[in-house]
Ligand binder design. Structure first.
Ligand code: 6CS
Ligand code: FE
Length: 299
């Protein structure tokens, strides 16, 4: 158990009476220019500008088959289904997500430690990193619901106590991401301003928010302004493709009504220099399997 450092001042106010926009006060790429790692300098520059970088083939077909088999094993394991870390679809009761998947499964723990994965996270965050959250999203077809527009950092700051924007997510496709089966959408450049949302965080918010987010949801006006300014990019790709995106990028995904699942593994790396403190805008912490409190660096 790692104790949380004392609370720092709140640079990114959110979940008060009204919506409030704060310019980003943190770098996007924290490593020094030229610091070596899997990303080329031009790729880091793209990530800095857009708030994301897409890789066509992070994993080979054979590796994807290995991780996909593990995902199928997990979602069909009654022990996993009974675990509080498994979230089910409200309607079908199919498994929707399994959180802390790098602790539930040694196979996914290998993926976290893979230099092509953790090496890129260290390069963006300019330090050692720990896993703030990991999950597999099954997103089966025939109506699996999506995730409404949000900034992950808004939640991780408000409810998990991450002080600064020094956190990066990678979504690795384990099935084909078509332009029809509920793919990830990001507003390019939206990571440069923080949209503090209106409305207090209800107690035990996570019990609902992981199926349908309410607190921390931007207004229609704010979303319209952001979309008009930045546009919207839909990410498609083969199994094994990956999208790295900044914690404050405005993103979401639609429902999947096709017969084709959109399964991915999602890993959130946080800098060890940005360890979680107390929530900035929530009555209690979320469970550790959603917002880690063990800050041990990935080795
Ligand atoms: O609340 C969270 O931490 C999760 N919710 C969403 C919709 N995206 C980020 C994260 O996995
Ligand atoms: Fe998200």
């Amino acid at each position: 158990m790692t104790t949380a450092p004392e609370q720092t001042t709140d640079l990114y106010p959110t979940r008060g009476a009204t919506e409030v926009i704060t310019p980003r006060q943190d770098p996007v790429v924290w490593s020094r220019p030229g610091e070596d790692g899997p990303f080329q300098p031009s790729e880091l520059a793209d990530y800095e500008r857009d708030g994301f970088f897409a890789i066509d083939e992070l994993l080979t077909g054979q590796e994807v088959a290995h991780y996909r088999a593990e995902l199928d094993r997990l979602v069909n394991d009654p022990v996993v289904r009974a675990d509080p870390r498994a979230i089910v679809e409200p309607r079908s009761q199919d498994v929707r997500s399994v959180f802390e998947v790098h602790r539930v499964s040694e196979v996914f723990a290998e993926l976290v430690r893979d230099p092509r994965v953790v090496g890129r996270a260290r390069q963006i965050l300019g330090s050692d990193v720990y896993v703030h959250q990991s999950r597999i999203n099954v997103k089966p077809g025939f109506g699996a619901s999506g995730f409404y527009w949000h900034s992950d950092f808004e939640t991780w700051h408000a409810e998990d106590g991450l002080p600064r924007m020094r956190t990066v997510s990678v979504s690795i496709a384990l099935t084909e991401n078509y332009d029809t089966n509920g793919g990830l959408m990001i507003m390019p450049g939206s990571h440069r301003s923080f949209l503090g949302c209106a409305g207090e965080t209800p107690k035990d918010n996570y019990k609902k928010s992981l199926q349908m987010q309410d607190a921390g949801t931007p207004s229609d006006e704010a979303l319209t302004e952001l979309a008009d300014r930045h546009g919207i990019r839909l990410f498609t790709g083969k199994p094994g493709s990956a999208t790295w995106f900044d914690c404050n990028a405005m993103h979401g995904s639609g429902d999947n009504i096709t017969p084709y699942p959109r399964s991915n593994v999602f890993i959130v790396f946080n800098s060890v220099e940005n360890a979680a403190v107390e929530p900035y805008a929530a009555p209690v912490r979320r469970p550790e399997y959603i917002g880690a409190r063990d800050f041990t660096p990935v080795r």
